[in-house]
Design a protein around this ligand. Structure first.
Ligand SMILES: [Zn+2]
Length: 319
């Protein structure tokens, strides 16, 4: 009897407390519920989900199977964006329209996390269009523009660690009440990524071939970290098909390096990759990698699984 009488009071104080918390958020939360995060690409959405756990709602803008280089936003996504508390962008020109997103969202209190900004310039690699004759070598000069650096940072686990830190900081700004929760999850994720790095080091060291050709420049950072060599790319700019002359040059390059693997990608048509492999002849084969993953696919639905999924294919291809 006495217990029952206390319930309405308890409910009221919880309601009051919630109202106070929501009002006190400051950082940019809108109304009740979880912070809403829009992430441009799947791997960054993965990192955000892993740090944010069940306390954030994460929407990915470029869906699995689409290429960030060519994707256009749907009206539903534009409407999610208008309600987002935080925006996660890769940067470095990966998505042509993404730099205009913060102003399209139009909220002064929007928290924007840019993955590329968590990586110092000296750790960035030049974009393919900046490669010198030797391909893959050389320094990117000039200002940090969208076309100067290679944007595929997340595929290097050690750079991903920096992205985890940036993600944690962003979530703490949006939702300071849960800062401890985010900090703990970020440090757990960082520990998993650090041991993933050790595993990739060990397994790549056992590869008997280290050179490959890839569809576009997605594996540059991964290759640098693990002593592999992306000797050439089929499409310098995604969507720009190589000419007959480009294909002939690639075939020559593949032969001179003794390349045995051409890495196609799930997001692109493998036809040209097959043509390059065929013309090179010998033991060259096409393997399909997935640099982006899929939140709904357990084989590559979180950051570490995504790297291991690709590692397994590379292991098979370069053994
Ligand atoms: Zn790409």
């Amino acid at each position: 009897m006495t217990r029952r009488r206390h319930i309405p009071l308890l409910v009221m104080s919880v309601a009051l407390l919630t109202a106070t918390l929501v009002a006190g958020c400051g950082g940019g939360r809108r109304g009740d519920g979880k912070p809403r995060v829009a992430a441009d690409i799947v791997p960054l959405a993965m990192i955000c989900r892993e740090v944010g756990g069940d306390r954030v709602e994460v929407e990915v803008l470029v869906p699995p199977g689409s290429s960030p280089h060519t994707y256009e936003l749907s009206p539903g996504q534009v409407s999610f964006l208008s309600r987002a508390d935080m925006l996660v962008l890769n940067g470095l020109g990966l998505i042509p329209w993404e730099e205009s997103l913060p102003s399209r969202v139009g909220r002064p209190d929007l928290v924007v996390v840019r993955a590329a900004e968590s990586v110092p310039n000296e750790e960035l690699l030049p974009a393919v269009s900046e490669w010198s004759e030797g391909q893959g070598e050389g320094e990117a000069g000039g200002p940090r523009g969208s076309e100067t650096y290679d944007p595929h940072l997340w595929l290097d686990p050690l750079l991903a660690l920096r992205i985890v830190d940036a993600m944690e900081e962003g979530l703490e700004r949006v939702d300071p009440e849960n800062a401890g929760y985010y900090r703990e999850r970020a440090s757990e994720l960082s520990a998993r990524i650090a041991s993933l790095h050790e595993e990739v080091l060990r397994r790549t060291a056992a590869f008997s071939h280290r050179e490959f050709i890839s569809f576009h420049s997605s594996w540059s950072y991964f290759a640098r970290r693990y002593g592999l060599r992306q000797v050439g790319v089929i499409e310098e700019l995604p969507g720009k098909e190589p000419s007959a002359g480009d294909v002939a040059a690639l075939v020559k390059l593949a032969r001179s390096w003794g390349v045995r693997a051409v890495f196609a990608e799930e997001q692109f048509n493998p036809r040209v990759a097959e043509a390059v492999a065929e013309e090179t002849g010998g033991e060259v084969r096409v393997w399909t990698l997935d640099p982006l993953g899929d939140l709904g696919d357990p084989r590559k639905g979180d950051y570490c699984s995504l790297i291991l999924y690709n590692l397994e294919i590379m292991e098979e291809a370069l053994r």
